[in-house]
Write a protein that binds this ligand. Structure first.
Ligand SMILES: *[C@@H]1O[C@H](CO)[C@@H](O)[C@H](O)[C@H]1NC(C)=O
Ligand SMILES: *[C@@H]1O[C@H](CO)[C@@H](O)[C@H](O)[C@H]1NC(C)=O
Ligand SMILES: *[C@@H]1O[C@H](CO)[C@@H](O)[C@H](O)[C@H]1NC(C)=O
Length: 386
C-alpha cells in the first residue's frame, strides 16, 4: 500500500515513520472493591468491564462499522459511575469486585488489551468471573449481539446470556448470541474478548455489529459509512449492561427488578453521556501517539478516579508495529513500512537489473561473442608434452 509520492506530506510521514519507534499503548484501570462477608481471606470474584478507547475515535474515517464517537468508552464510564453509587453504600455494595479497563490498540489486533491482561498476576486472572467488552453500541435500533468464544453450553456463557436477554426483553429489544471459536495458533483476533479467551478468561463482546469489522490493514478504505451516533442507543446499552451485571452481582436472576430505573437517583444520566460524547467526538484519539500526560488520557484518568479506586495508568511500547496513523488530519492514512524481506527482495531485483543492463551494454557495443567470451573460462594453455 505504498502511496509515497514526493511532497511535503510524504516528508512528514517519513518523519513519523521514525517517530513510530516511540509509540505506546496506554491502558487505564480502576477498581470498585466488593464487600467481603466476614473476614475470610479468600478473594472475591471479579467482573471486568472493558472498552477500547481508540478503536472508534482513532478512526474517524474507518471505513466499516465503528461508532466514531467512542460509544463503548462512554458506556463504560457511565456504568462505572452507576456502580460507584451502589458501592459507596455498604448496604448496596456487592460481593464482587468490579474492574474497569480502558484499553488502547483496538486497531492493532487489540494488542494493547493483550498487554494489559499480561500485566495481571495469575490470582487476579483466575478471580475474573467474566469480562464484558463494550464495542460500538451507538447506532442500533432493536438488536444487539453478544460475541463469545466459548460454546453457548458453557455455564458462564449461559448465565451471561440469561442475564442479558432477560433484561433486554424487559427493555424491549433483543440480544443474540454469536459464537466463534478462537484459533490459538493464529494471533489475529476479531474481537476484544478474544484476547481474554486466549488466556482462558471467560469474556464476551457486546456490539451492535453481528460480524467483526474488516481488519484495518485489509480495508484501507477511509470513508466512514456511519455518521450518526444515537444517544438513546447508548443509554439503552448502558441500562442493559448495568442491569445485567447487577442481576449477576445481587443474584436477582429471573426477577424483574430494575435497579437503574428512570426517575430514580440511579437512573442513567443522559447529560453525562452527552457531555462525554461531545468530548470524545472532538478529540482525535490516535493511541500510539498519546503521551502519558495527554489531556485526553488525563481526562479519562480523572473520570475513573472520580468513580473508582486504585486507578492505574500504564504505558507500554508497541511491538510488531507496521501501521500508523497520520494524527494531524482527520483522514486516516495507513502505510506499510518496508520489511527486511522487502529490502532483500529489492537488493535481488537491483542486482539482476544491473547484470541485465551490463550484458545489454556489452552486447550493443561489443557484440554477443564478446559477452559470451567474458563468461567462458579462459582457454587453458595446453602444455604440449613432448
Ligand atoms: C500484535 O502483536 C503480535 C505479537 O507480538 C504481532 O505479531 C502483531 O504484528 C501485532 N499486531 C499489530 C497489528 O500490531
Ligand atoms: C489456525 O491458524 C493457523 C495459523 O494461522 C492456520 O494454519 C490454521 O488453518 C487455522 N485453523 C483453523 C481451524 O482455522
Ligand atoms: C459525534 O457526535 C456528535 C454529537 O455528539 C455529532 O454531531 C457528530 O456527527 C458525531 N460524529 C460522528 C462521526 O459520528
Amino acid at each position: 500500500m505504498h502511496k509515497c509520492g514526493l511532497n511535503f506530506r510524504t516528508v512528514g510521514f517519513c518523519i513519523k515513520l521514525l517517530w513510530i519507534l516511540d509509540a505506546y499503548f496506554i491502558w487505564l484501570q480502576g477498581w470498585l472493591t466488593g464487600l467481603k462477608a466476614g473476614d475470610d481471606a479468600h478473594q472475591l470474584p471479579t467482573i471486568a468491564v472493558v472498552a477500547s478507547y481508540d478503536t472508534f475515535g482513532a478512526a474517524p474515517a474507518l471505513s466499516v462499522g465503528s461508532d466514531s464517537n467512542g460509544s463503548g468508552v462512554v458506556a463504560l464510564l457511565e456504568v462505572a459511575r452507576l456502580f460507584s453509587l451502589l458501592y459507596s453504600n455498604p448496604k448496596t455494595r456487592g460481593q464482587y469486585n468490579l474492574l474497569f479497563g480502558l484499553t488502547s490498540g483496538g486497531p492493532y489486533n487489540y494488542n494493547g488489551t493483550r498487554k494489559w491482561l499480561r500485566s495481571f498476576d495469575q490470582r487476579l486472572r483466575e478471580s475474573i468471573d467474566y469480562a464484558i467488552c463494550i464495542d460500538s453500541i451507538g447506532s442500533w435500533e432493536n438488536e444487539l449481539w453478544i460475541h463469545v468464544s466459548k460454546p453457548p453450553e458453557n455455564a458462564y456463557i449461559k448465565q451471561i446470556m440469561e442475564d442479558f436477554s432477560s433484561v433486554a426483553e424487559e427493555l424491549g429489544f433483543n440480544v443474540n448470541l454469536k459464537h466463534k471459536k478462537i484459533n490459538i495458533s493464529n494471533p489475529r483476533v476479531a474481537w476484544e474478548h478474544e484476547q481474554f479467551s486466549r488466556l482462558r478468561v471467560t469474556a464476551a463482546t457486546l456490539s451492535e455489529l453481528s460480524a467483526a469489522p474488516e481488519l484495518l490493514e485489509k480495508t484501507g478504505g477511509l470513508i466512514d459509512s456511519r455518521h450518526f451516533v444515537d444517544e438513546k442507543a447508548i443509554i439503552r446499552g448502558v441500562k442493559l449492561v448495568a442491569e445485567s451485571l447487577a442481576r449477576h452481582i445481587y443474584g436477582h436472576q429471573g426477577k424483574n427488578i430494575q435497579i437503574f430505573a428512570d426517575n430514580s437517583n440511579l437512573a442513567v444520566n443522559p447529560y453525562y453521556i452527552r457531555s462525554w460524547l461531545d468530548v470524545l467526538s472532538q478529540t482525535p484519539r490516535v493511541a500510539p501517539f498519546f503521551s502519558k500526560d495527554d489531556p485526553f488520557v488525563m481526562a479519562l484518568k480523572k473520570e475513573l478516579e472520580d468513580h473508582t479506586d486504585e486507578v492505574n495508568l500504564q504505558r507500554e511500547a508497541l511491538d510488531g508495529m507496521f501501521t500508523f496513523y497520520d494524527s494531524t488530519s482527520a483522514k486516516l492514512n495507513i502505510y506499510q513500512v518496508a520489511s527486511v524481506t522487502f529490502d532483500l527482495l529489492l537488493l535481488l531485483v537491483l542486482g539482476s537489473y544491473l547484470i541485465v543492463l551490463f550484458s545489454f551494454l556489452v552486447i550493443t557495443t561489443r557484440g554477443l561473442d564478446d559477452l559470451i567470451s567474458l563468461f567462458r573460462r579462459p582457454p587453458s594453455r595446453k602444455v604440449k608434452t613432448a
